[in-house]
Structures are given as C-alpha cells and as structure tokens.
Design a protein around this ligand. Sequence first.
Ligand code: UD1
Ligand code: MG
Length: 511
Amino acid sequence: MSQPHLRTVVVLAAGEGKRMKSALPKVLHPLLGRTLVGHVLTAAAPLGADRTVVVVGHGADQVRAHLAEIAPQATPVLQAEQLGTGHAVRIALDAAPDATGTVVVINGDVPLLRPETVAALVEAHEGVGAAATVLAAEVPDPTGLGRIVRDADGRLEQIVEERDATPAQRALREINAGIYAFDATRLRDALGKLSTDNDQGEEYLTDVFGLLVSAGEPVAVHVAADHVETLGCNDRVELAALRRLLRDRVNEAWMRTGVSLLDPDTTWIDVTVALDRDAVVDQNTQLRGGTVVGTGAVVGPDVTLIDTVVGPGATVLRSHAVGAEVGPGATVGPYAYLRPDARLAEKAKVGTFVEVKNSEVGAGAKVPHLSYVGDATIGAKANIGAATIFVNYDGVNKHRTTVGEAAFIGCDTSLIAPVEVGAGAYVAAGSAVTQDVPPGALGVTRAPQRNIDGWVARKRAGTASAEAAERARRGGEGAWAAPVGASEGEAIHGDAEAVSPASGAGDTATE
Ligand code: UD1
Ligand code: MG
C-alpha cells in the first residue's frame, strides 16, 4: 500500500481569464520575475506538501510546459471543461485518491500571497481540527468577490457569491480570498454533494462550507492580517496594480537589508534578484531574473540588467545587460550593451556605445568608446581604441579573436577573426588586421596617404571649402601652422583626448 499523503496542495489554474484579453493563459502572465502561478506555488512551497496538483484547462499545454520548468514535482491535472471551482477540486482529488490529512486549495491568480500567511492558515486549521478553513479579508472594495456570511455569534454560515447574494450580503466587506484548508475526507464527501443551483450553473467550491455547516462539522475563518495579499488578478489594470504593490514590498525589503534605492518608485527588482549590502541602485532601473549586485556597486540610473552578475564596487551607468558578468570595480557605460557571456574582469572598462558579446575583457583592460567586441578574448590591461570592430562573423560561422596582455589597438581598426594580436603588440589606427601580430610588433595595414595639391580649387570651385582654402593660401603659412610647441601629428588631431603616441606610425588610439 502506498503511504498516506498528509498534505496536498491544489492550485486552480484552469480558468481562461477572459478579461485579460490575452493569448497567454492568465496564470502565465509575468509579475516581477515569476508568473502568477509561479508566485502561488512559491507561497505554498514551505508547506512541504507530499503532493501538489495543478488543475489546468485553458492553454493547458502552455501551462504544463511552464510547470515542467518551474515545478517539475507538481502534477498537472486536466479539467477539460471549466464547470466551476468545486468541479476543479473534485478532479484534482480524483488524481490524488490516497490524499488524507489537509488539502490546501489556492486560486492560481493571487500572486501577492505570502508563505507565512498560507502557513498560518494551515496551522489555524490543523490546530482546531476544522473540517474546512477559509482565508478571509476585510477589503475596501469587495466588488465581484464571494462574501463571508456569519451568524449572530460571528460563526461562518456560508460563503455567497456576489451574483447570488442578497443586498444585505452584498454590503458585507469581508470576502473569501480563494485560499482554503480542508480535511481531505470531509472535503471529498462534501464535493460529492455540490449542486449547480446558482447564477452561473457551476459547482462552487465555496458551497462546501454551507454543506459542512449544515452537517454540524466545524468550519473556521482565518482573517488575513493584510488584505493586499489576497488581491486577485482579473485584467491588466489589476496586474499593473499588483506589480506596483509587489515592487514596493520587494524594494522595502531590500532597503531594510542595507541596500540604497535612490528612487524606489522607478526601481523594479524581480523577486529572484539578489543584492548585497551597500549596493546602490539609482533611478529608472530594472533588475531582472538571476541578477546579482555586489556590495558597494552602483547601478543606474537608466539601467536594465537581466541575469547579470555585478561584482563589488563596480559601476553600471545607463546600460543594458543580458547574461553578462561585470567584475569587481569594473565600469560599464554610459550607453553600453552587454550580451550573453560578456565577462568583464576586475577593473575592466566598457564605455560609451560599446557592445560586447561572448567575450572576456581582461583585468584593467579598456574598451572606452564606439566598439563591437564579439567572440574575443582581451588580455589584462589591453587598450582597445575607439571604433574597433571585432569582425567575428563570415556570414556562416563565428570566429574568435585574441588580444594579448597590454596590447594596444589603434582607433578604427577591424580585427578580422580568426586572428591573434600578441602580448604588448600595437596595431596602427585604421588597420584591417587579417594576420596575427606577434608579441611586441606593430601591425599596420594602412594604404600610404597621398595629398593632391590644389584639388579643391579645381574640382570644387566656388564652394565654401574652395574659398576657405584660398584664404588659407593667401594668409600664408601662419594660418595653417601647428600651435607653438605641438608636434605635427598632434596638430592634425587638435583634440587633447585623441593625442597619438610618439611613434611615427602610431596616432592610433584614444584614451
Ligand atoms: C472565486 C470564489 C470567490 C472568491 C474569489 C477570490 C468560487 C465559486 N468563488 O471567485 O468566492 O471571492 O474566487 O478571488 O470559488 N478555476 C478552475 N476551474 C474552473 C473555474 C475556476 O480551475 O472551472 C480556477 C480559475 O482559473 C481561478 C480560480 O479557479 O484561478 C478561481 O476562479 P474564478 O473564476 O476566478 O472565481 P471567482 O469568480 O474569482
Ligand atoms: Mg477570480
């Protein structure tokens, strides 16, 4: 004989959620890192149920696939036709014929429910040996919900749906949250007696309470401390409201653990994210999935991190990252895009308008501006000049590039993979590198420059350029000379940040 099951959890998730107006089943809509049903299963997890049954119906294949991912231990049970919540639980129990002890039933669309509240409900229920206990809440607006009807002594008489309620019952503000604990045997017995004699012609789970009361069985009401936990989700306006409430709860919890959120109203942290003490999150920031932010790191403003690990003391400013790793003390942005497997070592820098994918940027290495780094390994302390492109794709295959330690890549360089630039090597600006550059060598692939004197006067006569050239010519050498003390090369750049190295072949990089 199989072991008796002492605790069973049943999640009701077969409904369509018509008012969501969505191709996605309601319970699969996401809310800060989990689906609605994912939140409910998480709230029930600490009960340590022997068995979890999820009743699926609308979009059953999608819901089953999702459950296989997030809760493989749960058993999906099909309710082909949605004949009511009572019918749904009946089907669930048919799939768990050996269930004894406590059956916890939770509507699939109450994502703010806390594990502590479910545990308190079950404890209260088991503590008094009730046949059934309902989680209730006093709410400001009970519209559309089932009402808790009590007798003169305050004992539960029945739960009545709004559409079946008398005006006096409708005026009650104590509602059924759709979360219950039952004694399995007495639940099974009562479910067999449900009628469909109501406005919707459905089998109502809530009628089990009236039946048990009539049979003289002890039933109980457990009132939730915070009615917000019992809020359901019926349309996208409610979903957005729930998201804000959950955001506030999550943000408050992080601030209480020592994380600074500079603008909690514009900070959206998935429930699956981890933040270390003294991390700072600036405004307009979303931290999603498995993102982790280390101590002393500063993230934001205007940052989205998805499944990204940010090391202690790192900085990420106005950037987007997916599946990336930012090492301790590294800096990212403004306006960087880190794609999967971008891995920045300690104190590396990825600057403005730089995209990095499937690449390691070594300790202290810099990619400060306007570059694409794909399928590359960049050694420690290497400097990658502005507008360097790691040309990784030949139209069919991807290839890797390696840049050695302390190598120096001049601006506007294409490194055409597969290729390797050795440790300490230099590449001259404007090069298209197709062959390896040995350690310590200078690679140059530029065509020599030629100046065609008087070309503008001949070919662009009458333009502003021609006039300016003419003025410069008449003004003599002074107008076109370098500032006193500057070398010829520097004068051409005229930009303090873009100063070239002393080497004649250089004028390669920016800092
Ligand atoms: C239900 C309660 C109501 C309570 C409210 C709380 C009943 C009769 N009424 O009403 O007292 O205040 O929840 O939110 O139970 N479902 C199935 N199969 C079905 C019907 C529903 O799996 O045949 C699932 C739905 O997917 C949903 C849950 O059961 O997750 C509740 O169903 P819903 O139709 O939303 O019930 P309410 O009218 O909200
Ligand atoms: Mg509902």
